[in-house]
Design a binder for this molecule. Structure first.
Ligand SMILES: *Cc1c(COP(=O)(O)O)cnc(C)c1O
Length: 346
């Protein structure tokens, strides 16, 4: 019997959700890549959840936009990096809901690569009808947030009902509820398959996927180790971030104290030289996964996470023969924007 997330975690019903994607997403066996690595490898296909190329931000937006619907918004604002998947999926969600999207793109990685500046997610933002503004490089995160709030005020004075998605640590992590839900969904699936993983591997960026999955798993008494792979910050600052976000999310489902420090497992071994930058393990992960499984990984998030998984296997932190579930969080459009960076790396 396949149980619904709300049956396993009834407290999810305290939070307003807007349905944007398909669930449950499939879980597939990766036989050839698993054989190559000496493990039993499975993948949770959150890249296949239906909305405009999909990805983990679909689940997160279902809960970010819930409060917006409650406030009767008709316009959504978000700020992010040029090739942000979150921005693209916010534009997609707005199109589906009949809202306007105002997206602010931050020039975080100065680059004159025309594919990076025009293709991938940027092309899609335009197709989806988002209003785009640019925020100059060299200014801080708080500055980008202020610029977005100013824009919202302006829109209000023109009669719109704006709703701003704030992603900073000072704002509630609504999106993490989507991964609490995903953990319950995954648990029901692996029980049905009769095959529970020994390890789960997730990317750890803003931390809402990682912290949400962890809180969801522990809330239903599932003690599987969940390994977060750093995509942006080093191990120490990411550990603090996951601790904070996990505590907040545990409160949001009325289960304070369910996450202990032993639950938080983080590796930054494949992060160097930094966010969005190619390295040899990332290149190997992209090629191996494409050529052995026809599964596409992007260099910023999913390939770095697969590189982290491969590193854990090669250093025996994940033993030979173990059952491992990799969470594929999407990002597919970014591979076109990074085409030059991927092809020229050697
Ligand atoms: C945003 C993103 C991540 C990181 O998820 P967080 O919840 O921010 O940690 C991973 N993969 C893809 C494709 C993303 O777009």
């Amino acid at each position: 019997m396949n149980r619904k997330p709300e049956d396993l975690i009834p407290e999810l019903q305290q939070h307003r959700r807007v349905i944007l994607g398909h669930e449950p997403t499939p879980i597939d066996r990766l036989t050839r890549l698993g054989q190559d690595l000496g493990i039993e490898l499975w993948v949770k296909r959150d890249d296949c959840n239906g909305l405009a190329f999909g990805g983990n931000k679909v689940r997160q937006l279902e809960y970010y936009l819930g409060p917006g619907v409650e406030k009767n918004a008709d316009t959504v604002l978000i700020t992010g990096a040029l090739q942000s998947n979150f921005v693209r999926l916010t534009a997609a969600a707005a199109a589906k809901l009949g809202w306007q999207a105002h997206v602010q793109l931050e020039e975080r990685v100065p680059s004159d690569d025309q594919l990076y500046r025009k293709s991938g997610n940027i092309f899609l933002n335009n197709l989806l009808g988002a209003e785009i503004s640019y925020f100059p490089e060299g200014e801080d995160e708080a500055g980008a947030d202020r610029a977005l709030d100013d824009r919202a005020e302006q829109l209000k004075s023109q009669g719109r009902r704006p709703y701003v998605i704030h992603l900073g640590l000072g704002s509630p992590p609504y999106g993490g509820l989507g991964y609490i839900r995903a953990a319950a969904e995954t648990y029901a699936q692996v029980i049905e398959l009769g095959n529970k993983p020994d390890y789960i591997v997730v990317p750890s960026g803003s931390g809402l996927t990682h912290a949400g999955f962890l809180v969801g798993a522990r809330a239903i008494g599932w003690d599987v180790p969940i390994i977060g792979i750093c995509v942006r910050r080093d191990q120490k600052s990411q550990t603090d971030r996951i601790r904070q976000r996990s505590n907040e999310l545990a409160h949001m489902i009325s289960r304070p104290g369910i996450i202990t420090d032993q639950d938080i497992i983080i590796s930054d071994k494949t992060l160097s030289p930094g966010y969005g930058k190619m390295n040899q393990p990332v290149k190997e992960a992209i090629e191996k996964t494409a050529q052995l499984e026809a599964i596409l990984l992007d260099p910023v998030y999913t390939a770095r996470t697969m590189a982290g998984l491969i590193d854990k296997v090669r250093t025996d932190a994940i033993p030979q023969g173990a059952k491992v579930l990799f969470i594929h969080t999407g990002g597919n459009p970014a591979i076109f924007a990074y085409q030059n960076a991927i092809e020229s790396f050697s």
